[in-house]
Design a protein around this ligand. Structure first.
Ligand SMILES: Cc1cc2nc3c(=O)[nH]c(=O)nc-3n(C[C@H](O)[C@H](O)[C@H](O)COP(=O)(O)OP(=O)(O)OC[C@H]3O[C@@H](n4cnc5c(N)ncnc54)[C@H](O)[C@@H]3O)c2cc1C
Length: 408
């Protein structure tokens, strides 16, 4: 098979990898994207064009996209094309213990306090991914479905790294970006180790119809068994997340929809109202951090570099922040006539993103430990913490801005 040479070779066409393909193509670089999941599988579960009259059901996997990520998606020309019918803005974020009552509001951040029209949007992962793929242009070559067999950093062509695929033979890039998710094959092939653990808890995710019309608040109730979260979706719908011990979560996920709805009603706060379960599934909770973010010409982004407890909905937001910094540094190197895989730039990318990612991962762990603990001392600490943070103006403003991606 003939050799294929590109400036940028991206393995993994998910949200983070596809966004980088678009950014580099805007600069006129030749980009290859290798994706193992056939396009049709992504498309089948997706809304198609605007002419379609019936909206397909909302997919189970959704993400809270913060303002900083929205800016990145605007810069790469994607945000403007997202179907409005699949986007739900949220204007408030609330955390509380017990049931939410007027006297027990816990901690609430509002867009108004931060002088913003909203704090972020909830959107389906596959809607975002498909919109990105639709924007792929003549500078991007998509190899899909493709199975990576091996990686060579001692390529016969100097200045390139190559992967061999079962379907398309050898594909080479001056910079190879591994955006292939938490189980990254490329991270392993590049010999980059990682550390982390599986949390003892898992989470059930359910897409539901709600009694109430479209809402614009996302909330989390903290219980001794784990948090219960509500993310509003377009229309009278929501995505619910129930954290609990693994056997319990697995058992819940297997219940018939009507029975699960009853369990949810009994275990979520009354403010949820009546619901009907449309879809359900469960996810393990993993913390993983790569020991380094680059090796030779291979650089890691998104979940391939770090995966974080989804408690605060920051995973893909961190991935987009990785992508934005990497693109900025690589395009700067290009303008200065330097190698696209210049070791100094990759080192700078690693150092800067490692710091930000570690901070968020550790903050989430601290939060998770504090709020899932049954120890009386920690229970008291979290009550005091919620009250103190709720009252402390500057601290509260800082946390709210950070959560909305307006800082950090
Ligand atoms: C329950 C849950 C809720 C979440 N909620 C939020 C949220 O609200 N907000 C938020 O920011 N984040 C959230 N996250 C995290 C978010 O989903 C991830 O951070 C995000 O999907 C990572 O994107 P990615 O593109 O790096 O990786 P992925 O989404 O994993 O994409 C990787 C891509 O690479 C492809 N691939 C994998 N291996 C190969 C290979 N060997 N060759 C070729 N292609 C390959 C895959 O098919 C996929 O397309 C949540 C996660 C979970 C589990």
């Amino acid at each position: 098979m003939t050799k294929k040479l590109f400036d940028i070779l991206i393995v993994g066409g998910g949200m983070v990898g596809a966004s980088l393909a678009l950014r580099f193509s805007q600069a006129g670089l030749q980009v290859a994207v290798i994706e193992k999941t056939p396009l049709s599988l992504v498309q089948d579960s997706m809304p198609t064009d605007a002419a379609e009259t019936t909206e397909p059901p909302i997919d189970l996997r959704v993400s809270a996209i913060n303002r900083r990520s929205e800016q990145w998606l605007q810069d790469i020309g994607v945000w403007q094309h997202l179907p409005a019918t699949r986007l739900c803005p949220y204007r408030a974020l609330q955390a509380f213990e017990g049931d939410s009552q007027p006297h027990n509001e816990g901690l609430t951040f509002t867009a108004t306090e931060l002088n913003q029209p909203y704090l972020g949007h909830i959107i389906e992962n596959n809607s975002l991914q498909k919109t990105m793929w639709q924007q792929f242009n003549e500078f991007i070559t998509l190899f899909c479905p493709a199975t990576v067999v091996s990686l060579s950093q001692q390529s016969a062509i100097s200045g390139y790294a190559s992967v061999t695929t079962k379907e398309f033979g050898e594909i080479s890039g001056r910079l190879l970006i591994a955006a292939d998710g938490a189980q990254s094959q490329l991270r392993n092939l590049a010999g980059i180790g990682h550390n982390g653990w599986q949390y003892q808890q898992a989470c059930l995710v359910a897409t539901v119809d709600t009694e109430y019309p479209q809402q614009d608040i996302t909330w989390q109730q903290f219980t001794e068994q784990g948090p219960r979260a509500f993310l509003p979706l377009p229309g009278a719908q929501a995505s619910l997340v129930w954290y609990d011990d693994l056997p319990k979560v697995k058992a819940l996920a297997q219940l018939p929809a009507a029975q699960l709805a009853l369990e949810i009603q009994q275990n979520f706060p009354a403010k949820l109202g009546k619901i009907t379960v449309k879809q359900q599934g469960w996810f393990p909770l993993t913390r993983m951090h790569a020991n380094r973010y680059w090796q030779g010409r291979v650089v890691l982004v998104g979940d391939a570099a770090h995966s974080i407890n989804p408690l605060a909905g920051q995973g893909v937001n961190l991935g987009f922040a990785d992508a934005a910094l990497l693109a900025e540094l690589v395009l700067q190197a290009l303008s200065e006539g330097r190698d696209l895989a210049d070791s100094q730039l990759l080192q700078q990318y690693w150092q800067e993103r490692k710091k930000a990612n570690l901070l968020m991962m550790s903050a989430m762990d601290g939060f998770y430990q504090l709020f899932s603990s049954r120890w009386p001392v920690l229970r008291l600490a979290r009550k005091l913490g919620l009250t103190a943070a709720a009252k402390a103006g500057p601290l509260k403003a800082w946390v709210g801005a950070y959560a909305a991606g307006l800082k950090g």
